[in-house]
Write a protein of this length. Sequence first.
Length: 180
Amino acid sequence: MITKQIYENILDECIETIYNCSMDSSHNTALVDDNNKLINFDKVTKKYSRQNSVINNCPQSLDSLYIDGNVVFFIEFKNKKKIDKVDIKNKIYSSVYVLMDIYDLNTDFVRENIQFILVYKHVNDKKDEAYKQIALHVQHYAQSSGTRFNMEEHKSIFKEVYTYTSDEFKNNFIDKYYTA
């Protein structure tokens, strides 16, 4: 990926811990307690908007971005029981547009290389436990990660789409991509 000259340092200036990127300021709690680094894409979008003189109508954005060579993930953290799918969809489209502009990417690159993860608050109730057992059973036969909240509809945009609890995120993402 080649960045446009005008955005050369924008991503480097927005690196923060996963803990900070997953912070829910309305409840003053982080969804993931981890000190590894991600790009705070909310900050990237704000800087991008200022550089393009977009002051009053700053686009929504996904929380974080992870880039390691050709491995690219957008990550959204939701510390709510109910997931607003329209909100996430708006954030996806805005974030993909901003990243495409910064790196001068096309849609084929996004579809072939960028993955999306929704990390959500695990609510332990009987209905959720029943879903989890069914999902584990189906995953066993499908040999792939199940997605929740109809996030699989975004597979037309991304290479892969995942939904993880904070524990699953640690096991399936942090432990995989931050090993020394």
